[in-house]
Ligand binder design. Sequence first.
Ligand code: UDP
Length: 140
Amino acid sequence: MAIEHTLSIIKPDATRRNLTGAINAKFEAAGLRIVAQKRIHLTKAQAETFYGVHKERPFFGGLVTFMTSGPVVAQVLEGEGAVAKNREIMGATDPKKAAAGTIRAEFAEDIEANSVHGSDAADTAAHEIAFFFAGIEIVG
Ligand code: UDP
């Protein structure tokens, strides 16, 4: 399988509980390399743009409020099949349905405050990485 890049976000529920290192340890243990990382506080407009695909969904307003409620850590993960591998490490959107040992099973508070975002496909990964990072900031 090819080496890929994927966009990860450690969400405000996790930064608030000081879980950045614990989550990064899971990525690294699974063989994903953190090749870019920055801590930022999203504005409402930035969160609305990033999650624009969900703008008609009933949870959109709550999601934007949550994602702007505190700092996030945006990162680029690199590795073989990184997009699918990260989705596996994250676990299902709803932590009640997430497999044991996944980040969401261990750390998520609920279906909204679920600790991490991860790109769902290679094309969305490229788009989401470009939203947060310039090429010069990604150091493999
Ligand atoms: N979300 C929510 N309620 C729902 C579904 C999703 O609050 O019923 C939030 C949750 O934070 C999720 C994000 O919206 O991670 C994006 O949803 P998506 O279906 O893309 O899930 P993901 O790809 O993050 O697992």
